[in-house]
Design a protein around this ligand. Structure first.
Ligand code: BGC
Length: 266
C-alpha cells in the first residue's frame, strides 16, 4: 500500500501544539500542503510552518478562533488564496475546562462546547461548501474531499469531572456520522479519530511519575500514545488507502476503550 497526499491541501485546526501539530507534520511528510491554524499562539505555528518549508514542503500559519463564524470564513479564504484548493480538513481544535458538575460554571460549559463541538461544525461546513464546488479533482484523490474530526475515547467513556468535554466529544460522534450520511453521495468522506491518552501538553500531569503508572492500568497495550500514532491514522484516513471508509471512528487508544477494568473477570 503506497500512501501519498502529493498535490493535496490540508487545513489543520489547532495546529500550534499537541496532536494538531503532530498530524500537520505527518500530512506534510506525506506530501500535502498544510494550513496550520492557531488561535492564541502564532509563534509555534509559524515555527512549524518554517520547519515544513525547510524540508521542501508547503505550509502557512493562519490565526482564527474556530468558534467564531467570521474567523472560520477567513481561515478557509486564506487557505484557498494560498494554495487554490482544499482537499482535507482535520477538525482538531479542542480544549478542556474541568470541574465537578456541581461546580462547573456556565461559562466553562459554553466555552468547551463552542470550541470542541460548534468549532468542528463551523469548520466542517466551510470545508463542505468548498468540496461541493470543487468536486473530484481527477488524478489527485478518488474523493471530493475528506474531513477527519478529532474526537476522543470520551465519546464513549463517561468522564467524571469533565462533563462539558465528554458531552462535546459525544456530540462529535453524531455530528460526524450525520455529516457523513448527508454528504456521502457527493463522494465526500467524513470520519473521526478517537485518541486515548497521548503524550502532549494537555496530559503532562497524567503522563509523569506515579500518575503515569495509574494511567497505564487503563491501557491494555501498556504504553502512553505518541502524536505519531495519531498522525499515522490521520494520514491513512486522508488518503485513498481508506477510500471505502465513511462515517467510521478509528480508536487510537492502546485499548483504553475496551473496559480494561474487566481484564481480571470484573
Ligand atoms: C483527553 C486526555 C485524556 C484522554 C484519556 C483525551 O481526550 O484530552 O486528557 O488523557 O482523553 O482519558
Amino acid at each position: 500500500m503506497h500512501i501519498s497526499l502529493e498535490g493535496q491541501v490540508a487545513v489543520v485546526t489547532g495546529a500550534s501544539s499537541g496532536i494538531g501539530a503532530g498530524v500537520a507534520r505527518g500530512l506534510a511528510e506525506a506530501g500535502a500542503a498544510v494550513v496550520l491554524n492557531y488561535n492564541s499562539q502564532p509563534e509555534p505555528a509559524e515555527k512549524l510552518a518554517a520547519e515544513i518549508k525547510a524540508k521542501g514542503g508547503r505550509a502557512i500559519a493562519v490565526g482564527a478562533d474556530v468558534s467564531k463564524e467570521a474567523d472560520v470564513e477567513k481561515l478557509f479564504d486564506a487557505a484557498l488564496k494560498a494554495f487554490g484548493f482544499i482537499d482535507i480538513l482535520i477538525a482538531n481544535s479542542g480544549l478542556q475546562k474541568d470541574a465537578p458538575a456541581m461546580e462547573m460554571t456556565l461559562a466553562d460549559w459554553n466555552k468547551v462546547i463552542e470550541v470542541n463541538l460548534t468549532g468542528q461544525f463551523l469548520c466542517a461546513r466551510a470545508a463542505l461548501r468548498i468540496f461541493d464546488k470543487q468536486g473530484i479533482r481527477q488524478g489527485v484523490s478518488r474523493a471530493a474531499g475528506k474531513i477527519i474530526h478529532m474526537s476522543s475515547v470520551h465519546q464513549v467513556i463517561p468522564w467524571a469531572g469533565h462533563v462539558n468535554y465528554a458531552a462535546s466529544k459525544g456530540g462529535i460522534d453524531l455530528l460526524m456520522r450525520t455529516l457523513a450520511q448527508e454528504t456521502g453521495e457527493k463522494r465526500i468522506r467524513i470520519n473521526s479519530i478517537a485518541p486515548g491518552a497521548i503524550r502532549t501538553a494537555i496530559n503532562t500531569k497524567a503522563t509523569t511519575g506515579d500518575a503515569e503508572k495509574n494511567l497505564l492500568k487503563l491501557i491494555p497495550y501498556g504504553r502512553v500514545g505518541e502524536v505519531e500514532d495519531v498522525a499515522n491514522a490521520a494520514v491513512f484516513l486522508a488518503s485513498d488507502a481508506s477510500d471505502y471508509i465513511v462515517g467510521a471512528t478509528l480508536f487510537i487508544d492502546g485499548g483504553m476503550s475496551l473496559y480494561p477494568e474487566f481484564r481480571n473477570n470484573g
